[in-house]
Structure formats: C-alpha cells, structure tokens
Design a protein around this ligand. Structure first.
Ligand code: FAD
Length: 437
C-alpha cells in the first residue's frame, strides 16, 4: 500500500512503495540488503525538514526508511567528552540528554526538531565565526552500506572517510549511530536590538569576528535590521530566562503569530508590505535574557515557509546582503519574510558549505502561499557570482556540473559513492541532479 509523503515546507511529495520501520540495527541491515537485492531504492527520511529533495523517497518505487524507533542516548565517554546516539534521535532529545550529563552541543541552528543524522547529512549550521556546523562535531559513526554490511568510521576505523560521511547527503548508506564531540554545558546571554541597516550590514564581518554568535534579520523594504548577539557564559551563572508564559508569548504569539498575520496581510495587500515590514521591525523590542544554550539557540517555527540559503566567503557578507537588497528593489518585488544572515567557522568536510573557508550564510524566505521561484533564482545568480554554495537541505537550482567548481573534493566523494553504492540504492532524483548519475 502506498502512502503519500510530504516535507515540512510542502516543496516535496512522494508516494513510496512502502515504509519500513526497523526496530533494531539487525532488521535495518536486512531491510537494506533485501531492497538492494530487489534493486529498489531506499531513502531515510529524518524529520522531513529539508526543503530540497535530498530526503524524498523515489516516487512509487522507492522504500521510505523511518528510523524513529532508534532514538535515545547510547553512551557517554566523559574523558573524551563524546556521546553516542542512534542517528534518528531528534536534536532536542540530544540536547536534553547531554544537559543531564553536564554537556552540550557547541552550536545549534534555529530549530531543534531535526534528527541528528538528517541535520548532519545536509550541513545544518547555527551562527558564529568561531563555531562550525553540526557535522563538524561528528567524531565517529556507523553506516549500513548497500550490501547490508555495517562499517564503523572514526578515528580508529576508516578515518579517511569521516570528512565525507559526516556530511554525506544520505548518498552513501544509512547512518545508524553518531558519536558527537561535545562541550561542557554552558549558558547563552542573548541581546536583541534593532539597528540601522547601513551600519549593521557594513560592519557585519567585524562584529561577527568579536561576537560568539551573531545573527541579523532584515525585513526587506525597511532601513533597520534586528541584530541578535549571543554571548557564551559559564553554566554556574544565574539564569535570567523569560518565565514559561512570557516565553510562550514571545516565541509563539509575537514571533510566529505576528509573522503569520504580517505574511497573510502582505499576501492579501502586497502594496502594504513595506509598511507591514517596518511595523514588524519596530515592534521588535530590545530584549536581553540568559538561559541554557540549547534553549536560546533554538525556538519553534510555526509559520510555514520556503527557504534558499547560500554560503559565501565571510569577507563578502556585506556585498551579498546589498546584492539581495538590490535584486528586490530592481524587480520591485514585495517580500514579507525576512532575510537572515549568519556565520560559521571553516571546516574540513568535503561537502560542507563551509569547507575550507570562513562563511557567511544568507537565507531568503517566502511564505508558503507566495511564489518563490523568481526571487530565489535572481538571488541565487547574484550569490553564485560571489562564490556562493547552496545549502543542501534548502531550495536551489544548481546541478552537479555547476557544483563541481565549488567542491574540489567532489570527484573523490563520487569515487567513494561508486565503491559503497555502485547500484545507487540510496539514490533519488535530487542526488542525481547534484551529484550526477
Ligand atoms: C523551519 C526550519 C528551520 C531550519 N533551520 C535551519 C538552521 O538553522 N540551520 C540550517 O543549517 N538548516 C536549517 N534547516 C534545514 C534543516 O536543518 C536540514 O534540512 C536538515 O537536513 C533537516 O533534518 P531532518 O531530520 O528533517 O532530515 P531530512 O530532511 O528528513 O533528511 C535530510 C537528509 O538526511 C538524510 N538522512 C536522514 N537520516 C539519515 C540516516 N539515518 N542515514 C543517512 N542519511 C540520512 C536524508 O536521506 C536526506 O538526504 C531548517 C529547516 C526548517 C524547515
């Protein structure tokens, strides 16, 4: 019996031939081996939060793998400060389990409902020039390959494969456990301010170099930017977090509710978009609070949108944001959703958007009801010209041939793919587009 699947952003749909929910690793190995023997493609879906088709099971013939039964903390190595989890563990469960052990993830994105394997597979990142994305925290993993074998990859086993398989786009096999490098538990002191666009964007890199974690949100058609700065503080300092009701009121009512209202209004009356965005920015009051790191990094996202995000060399951040502003003005588009600017440290992962360079991320969004194609394509053209690399989990229009120039290790990655998955058991149309046949 087929079952229709769609992702969070409603950009992908598929009716896989069946859904398999292995209860343990042995069963997972048998499912993969049987599918491979029958030449049936297999796709693990995490929490379905990728906008791109990386997680989309092949329509009608593919098997969808749901590893939800494999979740929780397996072990903690206090000396090495590492912790091992089943790969489908959601990030919020990872953070809660680590906090109970006096540990934390060094960085997180703006939500934490993704699975550990899904987040690392696409290069999910937070912000902070001194802090790489989640895949750079992977110390080891176990992978079920197309023949149903299980290999361990880490410092002591196939170490040469770790920089590829830690961020593997789901193309090399099924990751069933991940060992993470952690940091001691810490607090974050958040400061949110509203500042003039020119000064904030002009000094973005200099400020990112001194802040622990810096993020900008710019509502198009306005001259102000919401700046969020996070400072890392020791875990034993007092917490100064909003009470649960106040947090609910800010996260759900103010951020999500007001955004939903603003987007709805802007869709109905596009000519009002500039006024709506100016009001949305002005309503954003200056706030300061301190809480456990994961509670500050992530918050709920209830308004559904579509997103494209480009990674450019950090030095080009100002040019990149100005290019997005120009593209909106030149086309006279009315864009209600903000542009988001974040940063990451360089890493050494072969397919990471921050591979080999300090990175600024520029994300553009559109509400589910609004047409995103022309806006995203025009922004993409400008950001590619600045050396941009697309986020693998978000919408983009790049092909394998175009991506080759951005990733010097791509040929090596493809050689490993030929070795581990010669029949493309883990393939799907998106992987064919971005990696080739
Ligand atoms: C509201 C929202 C907010 C977001 N915020 C951020 C952010 O702050 N920063 C950022 O960088 N990104 C962000 N993203 C993007 C998101 O983090 C990534 O797309 C991520 O991959 C989603 O994780 P998932 O568990 O939903 O994985 P899925 O989208 O389900 O899968 C992603 C990929 O991982 C593969 N995969 C999953 N599990 C396994 C496994 N066990 N073995 C092998 N492959 C596997 C899938 O096959 C697929 O290729 C956001 C997305 C949304 C919708």
């Amino acid at each position: 019996m087929t079952r229709n699947w769609t992702n969070w952003g409603r950009t992908q749909r598929s009716a896989p031939s069946r859904v398999e929910r292995p209860a343990d690793v042995g069963e997972l190995q048998r499912v993969v081996a049987a599918a491979a023997a029958a030449r049936t493609p297999v796709k693990v879906v995490g929490s379905g939060h990728s906008f791109s088709g990386v997680a989309t099971p092949v329509d009608r013939i593919g098997v969808q793998l749901d590893l939800g039964a494999l979740s929780g903390l397996i072990s903690v190595d206090r000396d090495r400060r590492t912790a091992t989890f089943p790969a489908a563990t959601p990030l919020h469960r990872v953070s809660a389990a680590l906090a109970a052990e006096g540990l934390a993830l060094d960085n997180l994105g703006d939500i934490d409902v993704q699975t550990l394997a899904g987040a690392t597979a696409t290069g999910t990142h937070g912000t902070g020039l001194g802090h790489p994305g989640l895949a750079a925290m992977v110390a080891a993993l176990t992978l079920v390959t197309a023949d149903g074998e299980r290999i361990r990859v880490g410092e002591d086993d196939h170490p040469e494969l770790l920089p590829l398989l830690a961020l593997g786009l789901g193309a090399f096999g099924v990751v069933d456990t991940i060992t993470l490098r952690c940091v001691p538990r810490f607090l974050l002191r958040a400061t949110e301010t509203v500042e003039p666009f020119a000064g904030a964007v002009g000094s973005a890199l200099a400020r990112a170099e001194t802040a622990d974690h810096l993020e900008f949100l710019w509502f198009p058609h306005t001259d102000d930017v919401i700046v969020k700065t996070l400072e890392r503080r020791p875990a034993d300092e007092p917490v100064d977090a909003p009470a649960p009701l106040a947090r609910w009121s800010n996260d759900i009512v103010m951020q999500n509710g007001a955004l939903a209202l603003a987007c709805g209004l802007a869709t109905l009356r596009p000519a009002w978009t500039a006024r709506i965005n100016t009001t949305a920015t002005a309503l954003h009051s200056t706030r300061e609070y301190t809480d456990r790191s994961d509670r500050v990094f992530a918050s709920p996202r209830l308004v559904r949108f579509r997103e494209m995000e480009y990674a450019v060399p950090a030095e080009r951040v100002t040019e990149a944001v100005e290019a997005v502003r120009r593209v909106i003005e030149e086309n006279d588009w009315r864009i209600s959703f903000p542009v988001e600017v974040r940063f990451a440290a360089a890493d050494g992962l072969w397919l990471s958007t921050a591979s080999g360079r300090r990175t600024a991320y520029i994300a553009v969004h559109r509400h589910l009801r609004d047409e995103h194609e022309d806006y995203f394509a025009a922004v993409e053209e400008r950001l590619v010209a600045l050396g941009g690399r697309p986020h693998w989990g978000k919408l983009h229009g790049r092909s394998a041939a175009q991506l080759r120039a951005s990733y010097p290790r791509l040929p090596d990655a493809l050689a490993v793919r030929d070795r581990l998955d010669p029949e493309r058991v883990f393939g799907n149309p998106e992987l064919t587009r971005i990696l080739g046949d």
